[in-house]
Structure formats: C-alpha cells, structure tokens
Design a protein around this ligand. Structure first.
Ligand code: ZN
Length: 276
C-alpha cells in the first residue's frame, strides 16, 4: 500500500486515514483524531475546536520530531488529563501556559497540579467520574469515566535528583461526544474491568483509543476481550504500546487476539490522523 503524504486513503465509508508528515490541520467538517504517541491525542471537532488529551510530547520517544515543538499543535481550546503519570502529564504545564487552554481532569489530580504551580487556578477545572463538562458549548460533551489504574504525581528535583510523590486523584478515561453525536472513548491507562460492559452499553462509543502495551495497562489479549465482548465499537485505535520496552504488546497481537469482528482496527503510527 503506497500512500503519498498528501493523499487521503478511504478505509471505509466512515473513516479516512491521513499519513501527514506536517501539521496541516484539516477543516473537513469531520472529526479529526491525530495520535501523537503513547496516549497523546489531538482532536479537532466538527466546528474546529481543538482538544488535546494527555500531552506528553517533548520527551516522548515516539512523538514525531515536528510535534515536539508545542507550537505545532496550533490552537488548543481544551486540555484533558487522564491521570498523574509523567507519560501523560509531561507537557501539561507548558501547553497550558502557551495556549491559555483550560485544563480538565480528575479532581485530585488537578488540585495537585494547581498546588505545584503547573496550572493557574483560574485555568484548572476539577471534575469527577460520571461528571460531564461542556467547555466548548453544549453540543460537545466530555464525560469522565472509570479507569483501572493508579494516579500519582512524581516530581524530581533537577539539582538533587531527589523525587517527591504527590497524590494524583483517581485515574480516568474520557468520552467525548461531538456535535453530530459521534463518540470517542479515550480510555487513558487501564486494566480490564467489568464495567467496560456498562460503558459500552450506556455510552455506545463509536471509536475507542485503547491501551494494549501490557505491564501497566491491558495487554493485547485483554484489550481484544474488552473490544469484542464489552465495548463493541465500530472503530478501534490501539495505543500506549512500544514507547518504552516494557510496553510490549503490538497492534498485530491485538488484531490476532480480536479475530473476526465487526470492529475496524486502525493500527496507525504516531503522527497519523484519522477523520470520521
Ligand atoms: Zn501511561
């Protein structure tokens, strides 16, 4: 399959893959989802609002070089953070400062970020699992849901190398419902848990971004079970693998474990985008 970087490849009636190597933001009246490595994601809504989830870019070994310059993200309207680990929070402070975007996340995590001076209080919004916020207007709903993980914030003094760990609230995932009702479920970091079935039945996500790396999160077999038996989305984007050696799971193993299914998997690379 040969794809020119400016070509758009139609993968199904509903999704398009763009292997763009430069940040040209589509105004396609579609939802654009660009994966930037690990869990970092830049989403453009139908009306051009930009949501960045878990910005970990400048020190992310999988983030394409061009996105390590935070200006390459362009306008950012909202920043969402799933939990306190460095591979999710690395660039929150810098991006919040640069864009003035409000930062939303689990209440305990946001409290710590304010205390540490990462985010000014007026830019920080605490909310909890089950809560829905609409910072981009009533048509775009962001709901916080459970994740089975931990959340603490470890800060290392650059001079003494001494680390200090602070409480980071409860880990979470986010369901973003767009202007047309399409729903994306960014699962954050999570192990398999039974209420994924509830999330599948109740929220009916159209596309999931699902961790598959193992060790800290689900491995490909767990992720396949969650996808096939509980969440049953139309589309799945595997993430949180390969960034560090312990995150061994691969999209190929995920797809093999999934077997024949109605879910279409997009094993995209960091920097690639999909439109829905
Ligand atoms: Zn992580």
């Amino acid at each position: 399959m040969e794809i020119d970087r400016r070509d758009f490849l139609t993968l199904s009636g509903a999704a398009t893959l763009a292997l763009a190597t430069e940040p040209v933001w589509a105004q396609t009246s579609k939802v654009e989802v660009r994966w930037l490595g690990q869990s970092a994601t830049r989403i453009t809504t139908l009306t051009g609002k930009v949501i960045v989830i878990d910005p970990f870019l400048t020190n992310n070994p999988k983030t394409p070089q061009q996105y390590k310059n935070l200006d390459a993200l362009g306008q950012v309207d909202v920043i969402l953070v799933t939990h306190g680990h460095g591979d999710h929070t690395g660039d929150v402070a810098a991006l919040a400062k640069r864009t003035n975007a409000k930062v939303f996340g689990p209440a305990g995590l946001i409290a710590t970020m304010v205390d540490l001076g990462w985010v000014p209080p007026e830019q920080a919004v605490r909310f909890g699992k089950g809560g829905t916020v609409t910072p981009l207007g009533p048509q775009i709903k962001i709901t916080q849901v459970r994740a089975e993980h931990s959340s603490e914030v470890t800060v290392t003094d650059p001079t003494t190398k001494k680390s200090t760990t602070y409480p980071g609230g409860e880990p979470a995932g986010f369901i973003v419902e767009f202007e047309n009702g399409f729903k994306l479920y960014h699962m954050g970091d999570t192990g398999l848990f039974g209420d994924m079935r509830l999330i599948g039945e109740y929220y009916k996500p159209d596309v999931i971004m699902i961790p598959i790396g193992g060790h800290f999160v689900m491995d490909p077999r767990d992720a396949a079970y969650a996808t096939r038996e509980m969440l049953k989305p139309r589309f799945a984007i595997p993430f949180h693998y390969g960034t560090f050696p312990v995150l061994r799971g691969t999209p190929q193993e995920y797809q093999a474990a999934l077997g024949p299914t109605s879910t279409q998997v997009f094993p995209i690379s960091p920097g690639d985008s999909l439109t829905f």
